[in-house]
Design a protein around this ligand. Structure first.
Ligand code: CA
Ligand code: CA
Length: 291
């Protein structure tokens, strides 16, 4: 058995021994169904969890206002606003991943908000789309529900399916200067079985959120594992050291079995790609470790 295969078995044992638990809100004071938002120690907007599901209501114009956003009082500078950007085209679940939809011939999604006198709407396009800004409350909190409407092509109703929206939040404050959030996702379901919805949410969690490409070259391989190993059991991870150089994949302050399980499951999934397996074997060969 090669070192590569031995290591794969080792990772699989770890993965099945220490399943990664789904993220829940751990703050009981925030609205449980919403994204929790806060500023971290580096004045970056932190959105938790990174992925939430939502149900579109076919009897109510394919609309929902869930999930919302919630923060504690005093979190953001009063007088500032929080805005959102749509980071990519709307995508649709195909059973194994998400396909990009053509906004000219397929579904789009409209994001809306009712200000005191005006109704603001922004629609997904074929890529990045700028959203709008909503002021922070007088106590420095931001608890808002945007509206989401799925549009069919032309004048048609939208087709049943599971749709993916990618967003980011930013704040208009310049003192302090606040960094935009990392991408986060809403997975909308229109008329599909809940088990398919859950599967698609899990796919986003595994493949888009907390993707453990620590060296950031587009591949998950031994070079990334070397970074994880170098930070193993480190307990002082935070935004100031970029969560222990990315090794604290779960961003909970320490590098431990939860991070290794996350790393292992992504690595094993990437092995479906034979090119990736070849590159991994090549690394083992170059390291002189092929047994
Ligand atoms: Ca990498
Ligand atoms: Ca961790």
């Amino acid at each position: 058995m090669t070192i590569f295969k031995t290591f794969t078995v080792f990772l699989m044992i770890l993965m099945f021994s220490f399943p990664v638990m789904a993220h829940d809100h751990d703050d009981p004071n925030l609205h449980e169904a919403d994204f929790g938002i806060e500023l971290d120690d580096c004045n970056a907007i932190h959105v938790e969890p990174h992925v939430l599901g939502s149900e579109l209501d076919a009897l109510f114009f394919f609309w929902t206002d869930e999930p919302g956003f919630d923060s504690h009082a005093g979190m953001f500078p009063t007088g500032s606003s929080i805005g959102f950007n749509i980071l990519d085209a709307l995508k649709k679940w195909n059973g194994n991943g998400f396909d990009i939809l053509d906004p000219n011939t397929e579904e789009t999604l409209t994001v809306s908000f009712l200000f005191s006198s005006t109704f603001a709407t922004y629609e997904t396009g074929d890529g990045f789309a700028e959203g709008f800004e909503i002021p922070v409350a007088g106590d420095g909190s931001w608890h808002k529900h945007l509206g989401y409407t799925l549009n069919g092509a032309g004048n048609n109703d939208p087709n049943s399916g599971i749709y993916l929206l990618e967003l980011e939040l930013y704040n208009t404050s310049s003192e302090p200067n606040i960094t935009s959030s990392n991408p986060f996702w809403i997975v909308f379901n229109l008329g599909m079985p809940e088990e398919d919805h859950h599967e698609s949410i899990h796919w986003v969690e595994e493949n888009l959120s907390q993707f453990p490409d620590l060296e950031q070259d587009g591949y998950i391989d031994f070079k990334d594992f070397a970074i994880l190993a170098s930070q193993w059991l480190n307990t002082d991870c935070d935004c100031r050291n970029n969560w222990c150089y990315g090794a604290d994949i779960t961003e909970d302050g320490r590098v431990d079995l939860l991070d290794l399980a996350k790393f292992a499951s992504n690595w094993l999934e990437s092995m479906d790609n034979s090119k990736e397996v070849n590159s991994l074997n090549q690394i083992v060969d170059e390291a002189g470790g092929c047994g």
